[in-house]
Design a protein around this ligand. Structure first.
Ligand SMILES: [Zn+2]
Length: 100
């Protein structure tokens, strides 16, 4: 058995494990951010649902402000694709909803 080659293989493996460890840490951080974002969106959705049920709620201006902010953060607020990420820039359906 070539001991030198074995050592190089182990060293390479160690390096790859190190890179994977860094990548795993970044993914874990991303999961935390997504969970927080999800929680925030759930709360906003709950608030908006309650506002809609109440009908003519004086807080509707606040609700529209929240929707505008969600849109500005890159999510659809139109009924077609509500809550999904806007990957193709501006959405005319969302904008017409905001400008209504
Ligand atoms: Zn949209």
């Amino acid at each position: 058995m070539d001991k030198q080659s074995l050592f190089v293989q182990v060293a390479n493996l160690e390096e790859r494990i190190g890179e994977l460890y860094v990548e795993l840490g970044a993914l874990k951080q991303k999961i935390v951010e997504l969970l927080e974002e999800n929680q925030r969106l759930l709360r906003e959705n709950e608030f908006l649902s309650e506002s809609l049920k109440a009908g003519g709620n004086p807080d509707i201006g606040v609700g529209m402000g929240n929707l505008k902010r969600i849109y500005d953060e890159g999510f659809h607020i139109c009924s077609m694709r509500y809550g999904s990420l806007r990957t193709e820039g501006e959405c005319l359906f969302c904008l017409s909803f905001i400008n209504r």
